[in-house]
Write a protein that binds this ligand. Sequence first.
Ligand code: GLU
Length: 448
Amino acid sequence: MSTIDQEVAGYYDKVLKRNAGEPEFHQAVAEVLESLKIVLQKDPHYADYGLIERLCEPERQIIFRVPWIDDDNNVRVNRGFRVQFNSALGPYKGGLRFHPSVNLGIIKFLGFEQIFKNSLTGLPIGGGKGGSDFDPKGRSEAEIMRFCQSFMTELWRYIGEYRDVPAGDIGVGGREVGYMFGQYRRLVNQHESGVLTGKGLTWGGSLVRKEATGYGTVYFTDEMMRANGDSLDGAKVIVSGSGNVATYAMQKAQELGATVVGFSDSSGWVETPNGVDIELLRDVKENRRGRVSEYVEETTGATFHKDGSIWDLSADVALPCATQNELNGDHAKALVDNGVKYVAEGANMPSTHEAIELFRAKKICFGPGKAANAGGVATSALEMQQNASRDSWSFDYTDNRLRGIMSNIFNIAANTAEEYDRAGDYIIGANIAGFKKVADAMLAQGVI
Ligand code: GLU
């Protein structure tokens, strides 16, 4: 082992010991540390002043009880989290996830990723994440509202326009942000619109925010394909998931001439050789909050599969837009065998380490989540700008800003990879570029 390998193994060992039982957090840290080896080789000062140890330790971790009463008058107790990971570049920024799988390790992995993602946007936002193990599935509107109010009744004291600005993630969309904003406003007796993003359009929300993560992932993919002499026009694309990110990734990909050949939810996957009817899908998922099987029942030429995997489909492009570790080594092998050429992550850490290694070995162009899905949080930062100036921008203006930001992110990742003699490795490029900006700020601001 080289000295750098040993040094980095030492940092990783400390993370493992201090954060036992948090495999997703370990995975996220391991991937970034691996990329940092070549930075430390060239610029050893990035390890000065305990920088790497400080980067891996959240500035603050808040865990709280969220009691609420269900429709049958039973008291329910969930756990709430907010991990304020790093504020060197700006107020903590990152979504809230409501899903039964949520625990501290999941929130820490998401918060850690968010630091580098937010840095890559070029906008002044730090990294944080939060959420709860609350399961919104099957809950009535009133139950969702009571839960959100109870959650905010504790969270409000830790957040603020200049402190920490949460938004949505899995299980948290416009409806939940609305209930949380209402409770916040009531508790602080101020209409502080900059405290949350993803708000409704008449009370401080931004056009394009809803579409932004999915659109951004496709803008990134488009840049990556063009840089490699290809285009989405005529391409076949697999999009896993059918939530907010997936839906708008499908819409934009089809707008740019691609055919989306499949999508999914936790109940199964749908094969759509002739493309996806986005309006029908939006009606099923957004209006009716239904399952993807309902989509199949109401259209022709689409088939629902309970078994097997969406990654068995053959396509030029794969966009995992569902959740962490949804695409493993076997899935990656199937995709590669079927001729996939581009993969971009709309979800956070959807590809396992084995999948990434295979894509690397087979020279598949790979856009990591912290670059490819940064459009959501970038547009949140644009929402913050609009709130701060008490302005609201048009759809086209905001969409153009998003497009420009995604193109910058791709160029930064590509150029940084080249600078470190790893041309085409956008993972290394994104990790290093995201890291250096945060690290420079941390070094300049002293040991805090
Ligand atoms: N949850 C989204 C993400 O993973 C967006 C966060 C935000 O808008 O603050 O980046």
